[in-house]
Write a protein that binds this ligand. Structure first.
Ligand SMILES: [Zn+2]
Length: 256
């Protein structure tokens, strides 16, 4: 029986019967797949010590299966993300990254760039200094996910008149994916959207170009950007979906 060998990240684990686990895994070769690790909960299982969150594992599974659940034939550890595994703050954000994939991509979502984005961003989160800024990392991840999914917001010109949006306060419209200038009914004119200080727009533009090197802004402004990006993603990926990991991450953020 032909099999596939692929590195992958476990996004979700669901207990199945007394002894087995069902895994949602984002693999490099097959995208998002469902695997069953038979007997994984038994003490002498060959999967013992493997199949953790925040590790990159090698998965071996049949190339073709009768059902959508493939039987995991073998697994091995490639590398761990040690700080992600031990630091609850990093972990809560890592779970948000993973749940975003689960909620906004449908199986099999075969895409090397999506696989690479997830591995790279988890790596970045693992390697960040102790003073890392979770909101910065989340905004960066959301921009990356939107871009790979084929829709990106822009932060420089008014979506209605095309003029450069430099006003002190503009409105960012999640439907149109960009700023609306004062003259076209920006902030203060009612309507939907989130009022943005100009420097937050410039920050998002830098973030889109150069990732987390864009540096940080005051937390309350970054949180506005996060809210906008989540709402933008929801509108363009078929509707916003409630995410447990996001609630937990916000609790962690509030407690920090
Ligand atoms: Zn305008």
């Amino acid at each position: 029986m032909a099999s596939v060998k692929s590195p992958g990240l476990i996004l979700k684990k669901i207990p199945f019967s007394d002894s087995s686990l069902i895994l949602k895994v984002f693999t490099r070769e097959s995208g998002l797949i469902t695997l069953i690790a038979k007997g994984a909960k038994q003490p002498k299982s060959k999967f013992r010590g493997l199949l953790d969150f925040f590790t990159l594992d090698q998965f071996i599974y049949p190339e073709k299966s009768k059902s959508e659940i493939h039987t995991l034939m073998d697994a091995g550890l490639i590398r761990e993300f040690p700080r992600l595994k031990s630091d609850p703050g990093r972990q809560s954000l890592g779970h948000v990254f993973m749940e975003l994939y689960l909620k906004y991509m449908s199986e099999p979502a075969q895409s090397h760039p999506h696989y690479e984005l997830l591995v790279e961003r988890l790596e970045q989160l693992d390697e960040a200094g102790a003073d890392f800024d979770p909101v910065l990392h989340l905004c960066d991840f959301l921009l990356g996910l939107c871009s790979l999914s084929g829709f990106s917001p822009q932060f420089t010109i008014c979506v209605q008149c095309g003029r450069e949006a430099t006003g002190f306060r503009v409105r960012l419209d999640p439907d149109l994916g960009g700023p609306v200038c004062g003259a076209c009914g920006g902030a203060g004119a009612g309507g939907s959207g989130i009022a943005f200080p100009g420097r937050l727009l410039r920050w998002l533009d830098r973030l889109q170009d150069s990732g987390v090197r864009a540096g940080r802004l005051p937390r309350e402004e970054e949180v506005l950007a996060e809210t906008f990006l989540l709402s933008f993603l929801g509108k363009h990926a078929g509707g916003a979906r409630p995410m447990k990991s996001l609630d937990f991450y916000h609790e962690m953020l509030g407690a920090a």
